[in-house]
Design a protein around this ligand. Structure first.
Ligand SMILES: [Zn+2]
Length: 427
């Protein structure tokens, strides 16, 4: 990736005027002070005056509901620009993985010639657009993902294997997992006996324990749930991907008995949309309550992924990771069931504004606007702290102008009058 600097804000930030989600069903009008990336004070007074200092950056979020940045428990960031690739239904991920390599070899070859760092940045942006601030990337932790200016936080401490079929020796991968970190592996992704049997195979290998995090678990049955409970293993479900590939949904009334279950938004190779689309899909198709869904994209993945900085909550000394949506007088869990990318108007990562709608952008102090670029996505305009223009050109060079889709949504740089408007306001 090219040289690119964030408009990082060394001075403290005060976010005021908004109603803050303290929990899924608790909100309070509050001012949040953020310094050195962390929430340093929460004042139950929506006036910023009490805590503002002369060098303090003030952001007015009156009329907005401020929520913790979401945690996406499962993604493969380098596949953000791919279309859905499959000729379903399949019996298992093994059939799918084998078939796409031959059936879609041309599409895969074309997308792979987009530089990987460019694809990874689009993966970050796809998450940022829907209010995600922390992502668990399932694949190697490429250097690009650890850059200070990467659009979202990528979990850096983890162990992983792809799966029993494609992951080599999982005992070696498990042994290489840093102490106290999650060991993440795709498992039981399918509807056949082989997929069901995978759980028991993991147990025989000795890698099913309290650090184990299984992704999908579609074929886990009642006895499998009991085994997961005994081993205190965790689960990440990705319902829209399962529905697409296998025509089957995870049974959350069964799998919900596993102590820790999070919702992940797999890559666009299989998922229906972004994490917010996944939340709505899960609530609609898997009979998931809004409180449960809220927990599955905030505190549950934070616990499963062993995050220790209060990710998924708004707390003093926790990360200054926030998102904001228009306040409709509902609580965060209730609001979540209606949300899509179009509703996310503000995202802050460690005290740095990463995304703003036009409405919020107008309210930002000039130094904060610096380094933000506009992106048009399916009719919505967003200001992002990313080299959007450069990233889009790099992708278009390979995929063609109008050939670039992000998670299935068309994207472009705002053109014509829009551009005149936005650029005259940004420079
Ligand atoms: Zn996956």
């Amino acid at each position: 990736m090219m040289d690119y600097f964030t408009g990082s804000q060394p001075s403290p930030v005060v976010v005021h005027g908004g109603r803050c989600a303290i929990g899924p069903q608790e909100t309070t009008y509050a001012s949040l002070q953020i310094a050195d990336g962390r929430v340093t004070r929460i004042l139950s007074d929506s006036s910023s005056l009490a805590i503002a200092s002369p060098d303090c950056v003030e952001i007015d979020l009156s009329g907005f509901l401020v929520m913790p940045g979401l945690v996406n428990a499962h993604d493969h960031l380098e596949f953000a620009l791919y279309p859905r690739l499959a000729r379903p239904p399949y019996r298992s991920y093994i059939d799918w993985g084998t078939e796409i390599l031959s059936e879609f070899s041309d599409v895969i070859a074309k997308h792979r010639s987009v530089p990987k760092e460019v694809r990874l940045w689009w993966g970050g942006i796809r998450n940022l657009l829907c209010g995600v601030t922390t992502v668990s990337h399932h694949n190697p932790l490429w250097a690009e993902l650890q850059r200070e200016d990467f659009p979202v936080r990528v979990v850096a401490q983890y162990g992983w294997g792809h799966s029993l079929a494609f992951g080599g020796d999982l005992r070696v991968a498990r042994a290489a997992t840093p102490e106290g970190c999650a060991f993440i592996v795709h498992a039981c992704e399918g509807v056949d006996e082989k997929a069901r049997e995978e759980l028991w195979e993991l147990d025989r290998l000795g890698v099913l324990d309290d650090r184990a995090v299984l992704v999908h678990g579609l074929a886990i049955d009642r006895s499998g749930v009991e085994l997961m409970q005994q081993r205190r293993a965790s689960l990440i479900v990705c319902p829209s991907s399962n529905d697409f590939l296998f025509g089957k949904l995870p049974d959350l009334s069964l799998l919900g008995d596993i102590s820790n279950v999070a919702l992940g938004n797999d890559s666009p190779l299989t998922a229906e949309g972004d994490l917010l689309d996944e939340v709505r899909f899960a609530m609609r198709s898997c009979d998931l309550s809004s409180q449960a869904a809220y927990r599955m994209v905030t505190e549950a993945p934070a616990a499963i992924l062993r995050l220790r900085e209060a990710e998924g909550t708004i707390r003093v000394s926790g990360r200054g990771d926030l998102m904001a949506v228009r306040d409709t007088n509902r609580d965060a869990a209730d609001r979540l069931k209606m949300l899509s990318l179009n509703d996310v108007e503000f995202v802050m990562l460690g005290g740095c504004v990463q995304l703003a709608s036009e409405k919020v952008y107008e309210r930002l102090p000039l130094p904060v606007k610096k380094g933000m670029e506009p992106l048009w996505i399916d009719g919505t305009m967003r200001w992002l702290r990313a080299p959007v223009k450069e990233l889009l050109s790099a992708a278009e060079e390979v995929l063609g102008v109008d050939g670039v889709c992000l998670g299935g949504r068309s994207i472009r740089i705002p053109a014509g009058m829009e551009a005149g408007y936005v650029y005259s306001n940004s420079r």
